[in-house]
Design a protein around this ligand. Structure first.
Ligand code: 2HG
Ligand code: ZN
Length: 539
């Protein structure tokens, strides 16, 4: 009883602070990023292919199971001294062959996929990318495009000895139209740098994610990254206005429009958004950016049940309306990981579920009142049991880090099996509970967190070490469960190398076949990011 009283008191104090100081801090939304993370598990080639795959749509559509345990090496050429001499000539000092320097580009961020490329190319211009691809295409050399290498499905590293084409030196902002808020930049700009540039001009990026300190905008577009603001600003399919792409044969496709409206023929840029580097190399991007909100607030709440968490979502959509910019959740397992591995203390009392709510508006007084009314209603109707409100920058960042640093905390817990599932919002946590029950004591931990507002669950399972028997228990169970409620097996991370053979759980056979035709048309030799996105039975 006393506990409940104290908890209520804390939220009440926060509420009265809200009304007392209705002027909220203008928030620079710079957040902590997982740069510098060191993964404890072994850098082994850990990807696996399960038996493939069941289409969501009809039984008759079902493809034959793939027997492949690993992709067959496609018939690409091995790199020769002549090739290296060419690259060194066109990219003086920027064709890297030193094994130590190549190391961080050969292995993914999670240290779960490792290639053995012998050369890393660092072009600075679109023309250089074009020369590289023209050469590779005619010499049958496979290429892995690489941005910040923060992907989670093994899409940004070579599988064998593909040439790595990094966009790291293509990091110039080209134009910014401060009337319409349209930014045009090279593909290698780091997301956080773009955010800082825009904030100085009273704009923000429509996209924000935990890896923003290292990920590149080109990689974000190539993977159609979702992130924390999608609820408010929509996906990159809507906010990207134009792209410049170099095709496999070196042709430059200039679709770098900065128009809000353009109905002339097919919208080709959409093909490249989410294509994971398999159809072309994105070299420049134009993005429609929202105005920087004048008032940003973050609330961290605790709920007893997931049902209450969903009702709180419903309530805040109704009461906060257009100022709601994020509704994220984590469960108590995540909280334990944050406490244990990153020493981040729980800002409220222990609860089974936690919510991070962000509001972004234009009037601090108006937003403060709305938030106050919402919190009061959530409390009096017993939807939330505890909470705290951040009114200053450092506290806002600290609250966000409870959500943003879960991925980092997980890597300290052993081997991670990662799933990124789209589901009808009311089913989200049922998958976590069912998975726990299904696995019994076989996993070390099953955690659930993610973007409730977008119906996107991040389900992660940890084990002390890589465990094929555990993997066999997880898959295809998780994919069948997802398909049974018309979900998607990849909400925002893409398919990359790790998930590509499961595509049929979320796409009908005709759609996958059509994707194969598009790939064959744009990249007939298949040199661009081979073994990624499309299943190997399409080869
Ligand atoms: O690590 C994950 O599974 C999720 C990463 C990222 O998409 C997030 O929302 O934090
Ligand atoms: Zn996410």
């Amino acid at each position: 009883m006393a506990g409940i009283f104290q908890r209520t008191l804390r939220l009440r104090t926060a509420l009265s602070n809200l009304s007392l100081h209705s002027t909220f801090s203008l928030t620079a939304t710079a957040r902590l990023s997982p740069v510098g993370l060191r993964s404890p598990f072994l850098p082994a080639s850990s990807w696996q292919f399960g038996v493939c795959c069941r289409t969501l749509h009809t039984g008759a559509d079902r493809p034959e199971p793939s027997l492949a345990a690993a992709p067959d090496r496609l018939p690409f050429s091995r790199i020769t001294q002549e090739d290296l001499a060419f690259f060194r000539k066109i990219l003086p000092g920027r064709a890297i062959t030193d094994t130590d320097l190549l190391e961080s580009s050969n292995v993914d961020w999670l240290k779960s996929v490792r290639g053995s490329s012998e050369v890393l190319l660092r072009p600075q211009t679109t023309e250089e990318v074009s020369q590289i691809l023209k050469y590779c295409n005619s010499h049958n050399l496979a290429v892995t495009p690489q941005g910040g290498n923060t992907g989670l499905v093994g899409g940004s590293v070579p599988v064998y000895d593909e040439v790595i084409l990094s966009t790291a030196l293509m990091n110039n902002i080209l134009t910014f139209d401060s009337i319409s808020g349209i930014l045009t930049c090279q593909a290698g700009c780091v997301l956080e740098n773009l955010s800082l540039y825009l904030e100085e001009r009273d704009y923000i990026m429509p996209l924000d994610l935990g890896a923003k300190g290292s990920c590149h905008i080109g990689g974000n577009v190539a993977t159609n990254a979702g992130g924390l603001r999608l609820l408010r600003y929509g996906s990159l399919h809507g906010t990207v206005l134009g792209l410049e792409v170099v095709l496999a044969d070196g042709q430059v496709l200039d679709c770098l429009a900065t128009l809000r409206k353009d109905n002339t023929g097919y919208d080709l840029k959409q093909l490249f958004i989410g294509s994971e580097g398999t159809l072309g190399v994105i070299t420049a991007v134009s993005v429609l950016c929202p105005r920087k909100p004048k008032s940003v607030n973050v609330v961290f709440l605790g709920c007893e049940t997931f049902e209450q968490l969903l009702k709180t979502f419903q309530l805040c959509r109704g009461m906060l309306g257009e100022i709601l910019s994020a509704y994220e959740f984590l469960d108590s397992e995540c909280m334990q990981l944050l406490n244990m591995h990153l020493k981040l203390p729980n800002p409220i009392s222990d609860c089974p579920f936690y919510v991070v709510i962000e509001t972004s508006g234009s009037d601090p007084t108006h937003d403060g009142e709305k938030l106050h009314n919402f919190l009061e209603e959530a409390m009096t109707s017993s939807l939330v049991t505890d909470g705290t409100v951040a009114t200053e920058d450092s506290k806002i960042k600290a609250l966000w880090s409870m959500r943003e640093r879960i991925t980092e905390a997980l890597t300290h817990d052993g081997f991670n099996y990662k799933y990124d599932i789209s589901l009808p919002v009311e089913r989200i946590y049922q998958l976590v509970t069912d998975m726990r029950e299904h696995l019994g004591g076989r996993a070390k931990r099953v955690v659930g967190y993610g973007h409730v507002g977008d119906g996107n669950l991040h389900l992660n399972i940890t084990s002390p070490a890589k465990d094929p028997a555990l993997l066999a228990a997880i898959e295809p169970f998780i994919y069948e469960w997802t398909a049974s409620c018309q979900g998607s097996i990849s909400a925002e991370h893409g398919l990359g190398l790790k998930k590509r053979n499961y595509i049929y759980y979320s796409k009908p056979r005709q759609a996958v076949a059509l994707m194969g035709n598009i790939k064959a048309m744009l990249d007939p030799k298949g040199i661009l990011n081979p073994y990624k996105t499309l299943p190997d039975n399409l080869k």
